[in-house]
Design a protein around this ligand. Structure first.
Ligand code: FE
Ligand code: FE
Ligand code: ZN
Length: 289
């Protein structure tokens, strides 16, 4: 049996930067991780030379973390779907283009992006701007793949269903550089019944091809199906439940896809070591909270 590729989002800050991210991932017994190249809520970024990339890579090599499974998440404030404010849109295009360069320098090939929000312009306009933005930043010979995340549909989020994401795919010129990030909490909140996950996978296969799934975000949800809220819950404590999430995590068709936890801290404590351990055992255990 293939080894599960699983980790969580980790921080990158302080003196150690990416080296610290690797150490944090290892402290959870993870074999991959996801990080933001700076604060998720702003676009200030340190120069690549200060990220301790070589030290991080040396430790990864020693401990068997493969850079090809590492995930970068673009900051969630950039919005390619904003047709209302020119500066916001231009900032998003510019930032994303630099983020792709940063990923290239680091050697990361999977960049998760929230497609965007249409603000008040309607999905059709939002989709058009997102497509145009992606066409500006994607360069044919790039090694970085953008994984468009499935969204919960809160506010005016674009990408709350496979069909909207398919419109983006169809509009993008360098389609080979696009992929998907399936977020279980978002899918559930958007109205997908994850107890029927195999049917959902069939739809993904038909619309995009399974090889397009680049990342799975594994989260339980604080809200019932279709709530459009996007509030992540710890594994086994929400409306999706351990068994369904465990089925997804161990799905043979997703064996080569990194699984990333984005569940909330319990008080001051990161839940990831425990959650990773439960998935490795395939069994829910009380005691996290
Ligand atoms: Fe996300
Ligand atoms: Fe997510
Ligand atoms: Zn979320």
């Amino acid at each position: 049996m293939d080894e599960l590729i699983i980790g969580s989002h980790v921080s990158m800050n302080g003196k150690d930067m990416l080296l610290g991210s690797v150490k944090e991932a290892l402290s959870y017994q993870a074999n991959t991780f996801m990080f933001y190249t700076g604060a998720p809520q702003n676009t200030f970024r340190k120069p690549i030379s200060q990220l301790k990339i070589e030290e991080a890579k040396a430790l990864m090599k020693e401990t068997g973390i493969d850079m090809k499974n590492v995930v970068v998440h673009a900051p969630y404030i950039i919005n390619l779907g904003n047709s209302m404010k020119k500066e916001t849109y231009e900032l998003a295009v510019q930032f994303l283009s630099q983020e792709i360069e940063r990923c290239e320098a680091i050697g990361a090939t999977r960049l998760v992006l929230h497609p965007g929000s249409h603000v008040k312009a309607g999905s059709e306009v939002g989709l058009k701007y997102i497509i145009d933005g992606l066409n500006q930043v994607l360069k044919e010979d790039s090694s970085v793949h953008i994984a468009l995340e499935t969204m919960a549909g809160k506010g005016s989020e674009v990408g709350k269903c496979l069909e909207e994401l398919k419109v983006i795919f169809d509009g993008v010129k360098h389609q080979h550089l696009l992929g998907l990030c399936l977020d279980t909490c978002h899918l559930h909140d958007a109205g997908y019944d994850l107890s029927q996950f195999d049917e959902l996978l069939d739809d993904v296969e038909r619309l995009f091809g399974l090889e397009r799934i680049l990342v799975v975000h594994v989260n339980d949800s604080k809200n019932p199906i279709g709530a459009h809220k996007d509030r992540h819950e710890n594994i086994g404590y929400g409306y999706i439940g351990f068994d369904i999430l465990n089925h997804i995590v161990h799905h043979p068709k997703l064996a080569s896809v990194p699984k990333i936890l984005e569940t909330p801290y319990v008080g001051e404590k990161a839940p990831y070591q425990k959650e990773i351990e439960m998935f490795r055992k395939g069994k829910f255990e009380e005691g996290l909270k």
